[in-house]
Design a protein. Structure first.
Length: 166
């Protein structure tokens, strides 16, 4: 996604300026959007496991099962993302109307929070269902992979801090 497209997606999703970005914004450089996994990014979701099928020594049968599951997961995700987008649009509409009754505003906030939580719950369920297909050895490899990724991220952050101080 180009810089201008990222800005457009940010505007459409209600983001802007220097405000902190939600995990549920559209994907863009430097942000973790819903398509990229948000707060569960790289935690062993179906896409990450399938991309590293050889590394995790997945059998053909496991790969076939995960690919079938992925289609259902993607369809569910599309529905929940649409519900989230609608909740955001309604919330912005209600909040822009200065004459909106407080009860209507609170309801829009609750609906938005509910849509976000359903998306997070879905991600967690999908991750657990993906892990259920893996053997104990494969889960161990996945955990080792995550530990290595975390250590590398910490090293990169430390180097970046040192460069900024330098």
């Amino acid at each position: 996604m180009s810089q201008s497209q990222g800005g457009a997606a940010q505007e459409e999703s209600g983001g802007g300026g220097g405000r902190e970005q939600s995990h549920f914004r559209q994907s863009g450089q430097g942000r973790m959007g819903a398509e990229r996994g948000g707060s569960l990014r790289q935690k062993g979701g179906i896409g990450m496991v399938l991309r590293r099928a050889e590394e995790f020594d997945l059998t053909d049968k496991q790969q076939d099962k995960l690919n079938r599951m992925r289609t259902d997961f993607e369809l569910e995700k599309v529905d929940l993302l649409a519900a989230l987008s609608k909740a955001k649009i309604i919330f912005r509409s209600v909040i822009r109307d200065l004459d909106s009754p407080e009860q209507k505003v609170m309801e829009a906030i609750d609906n938005l929070a509910s849509a976000e939580s359903e998306l997070r719950k879905m991600r967690y369920r999908h991750m657990k269902q993906t892990h259920a297909v893996l053997s104990g050895k494969q889960l161990g490899s996945l955990k080792a992979f995550h530990k290595q990724q975390k250590n590398e991220k910490v090293k990169r952050l430390r180097l970046a801090r040192q460069e900024n101080r330098g």
